[in-house]
Design a protein around this ligand. Structure first.
Ligand code: ADP
Ligand code: MG
Length: 224
């Protein structure tokens, strides 16, 4: 369960506070697939970062499987993320000096050493259709391929919560559809809760619920 209560977030910009989220209440059930949509600047990325525990809200609370993220230290939040959270960024954010295989291996190594991790990383790459590309570096892969490596990396810890911030924003339609299908499959096959930020209405078709943000507030929610 993912419960956000009364989230308000402000950035300090040029010495002045800028409120970008206002009194957000959102409860996401286990296994739910939620799409968050809204215009650029409406606070989607900020909200996703708060829900995933990458950052703490100025006011309000986020509870992830019963744990109040504000009550944890930064290390505690990092440990919780390593155990339960997968995150996919619009810009892939693979480490350029590591191969695809090594990028996927990284979160597995964070969970403790186990000689089976090499095989697990290979299986994850296989799952996203890149089993034969493990030795390639990010620059040797197309955008769509890099995003599938990033998704394999996000799935490595078998996350209960998978967050994706416009993961298809830099991809053409065919590659975008492939990445969306992998997110849907993770939701269906592993029961992971998925929160997908997108501004492409086509990508919301498979969501159980669409939450629309406007100027930092929830403007509407539509259940499917
Ligand atoms: P979206 O993802 O919907 O485009 P964001 O959450 O990225 O929205 O941004 C919401 C607002 O917060 C925007 O006005 C943006 O300029 C501002 N913002 C985002 N990150 C920062 C930051 N680190 N410092 C100051 N302002 C920020
Ligand atoms: Mg954004």
């Amino acid at each position: 369960m993912l419960i956000a209560k009364n989230l308000t977030h402000r950035y300090t910009s040029g010495g002045r506070p800028l409120e970008v989220l206002t009194e957000i209440d959102l409860t996401i059930a286990p296994g739910e697939f939620v799409a968050v949509v809204g215009p650029s600047g409406s606070g989607k990325t900020t909200l996703l970062g708060l829900l995933a525990g990458l950052d703490l809200p100025t006011e309000g609370t986020v509870e992830l499987d019963g744990v109040d993220l504000s009550a944890l230290s930064e290390d505690g939040r990092a440990r919780l993320r390593a155990a339960k959270v997968g995150f996919v960024f619009q810009s892939f954010q693979l480490l350029s000096t590591l191969t695809a295989h090594e990028n996927v291996l990284l979160p597995l190594e964070l969970l403790g050493d186990d000689r089976r991790h090499g095989e697990a990383a290979h299986q994850l790459l296989d799952r996203v259709g890149l089993g034969v590309r493990g030795h390639h570096y990010p620059t040797q892969l197309s955008g769509g391929e890099q995003q599938r490596v990033a998704l394999a990396r996000a799935l490595a810890n078998e996350p209960r919560f998978l967050f994706a911030d416009e993961p298809t924003g830099n991809l053409d339609r065919a590659n975008g559809a492939h990445v969306l299908e992998l997110l849907e499959r993770a939701n269906r096959d592993t029961g992971a809760t998925v929160v997908l930020v997108t501004h492409d209405p086509a990508l919301t078709a498979s969501a159980h619920r669409v939450v629309r943000l406007d100027d930092g507030r929830i403007a509407s929610e539509e259940r499917r």
